[in-house]
Ligand binder design. Structure first.
Ligand code: GRF
Length: 193
């Protein structure tokens, strides 16, 4: 018996390695989600090419074309609604979203953040973990709420910080864990809603 897959829109701004991991996972017949839209605020986001190659619909909505956040978010929301997406995954989407936008997708919008939240909300998470002398670092997949990087955690993955780690080596270690974490977290959310 085939399962019904929840429709997912992924929002990116760049590389898209988490997006790619999700797209690959969705190919398994038993995985409970399918990607139906990849949307970027940057036309040159490398992740868009991969999505296109995979036959997934892509959209570019450049925030610079809008008078302000409200107008940009309205357009993004409209595009997501048109696609029929039931879940929204933020994956390296570098825009702060308005409360109105977030509320529309509450309980079905998730994000991945490269730290063990509530530690290190915002940027430069790897540098901050090293500066603090943390022995553990990692990533968090969480529901999106209006306050930045503050929604309920769906799951976390931990990595060990070694004495020889640099910002780059730590970022690479965490990223390797992010992909599996996002795939598992999406499966949890898709099976729930
Ligand atoms: C990841 O480190 C993610 O945690 C953060 O932005 C980065 C996106 O990487 N939110 P990618 O575009 O998925 O490769």
């Amino acid at each position: 018996m085939s399962i019904s897959k929840k429709k997912v829109a992924i929002l990116i701004s760049g590389r898209g390695s988490n997006m790619r991991a999700i797209i690959e996972a969705c190919k398994a017949p038993e995985y409970p989600a399918e990607v139906i839209l990849v949307l970027s605020n940057k036309a040159d986001a490398p992740g868009l090419e991969f999505a296109k190659e995979q036959g997934i619909e892509t959209a570019v909505i450049n925030h610079k074309d809008f008078a302000g956040r409200d107008e940009f978010d309205e357009e993004v929301a409209k595009r997501i609604q048109q696609s029929g997406a039931e879940i929204v995954c933020l994956a390296g989407f570098m825009r702060i979203l308005t409360e109105g936008f977030v509320k529309q997708f509450e309980g079905r919008m998730m994000n991945i953040h490269p730290s063990l939240l509530p530690k290190y909300k915002g940027l430069d998470t790897h540098k901050r973990a090293l500066q603090a002398g943390d022995s553990e670092h990692g990533c968090t997949v969480h529901y999106v709420t209006p306050e930045l990087d503050s929604g309920t955690t769906i799951l976390q993955e931990v990595v060990k910080v070694d004495a020889y780690d640099t910002e780059d080596s730590l970022a690479a270690k965490v990223l390797a864990k992010e992909h599996g974490a996002y795939v598992r977290a999406l499966a949890i959310v898709a099976s729930k809603i």
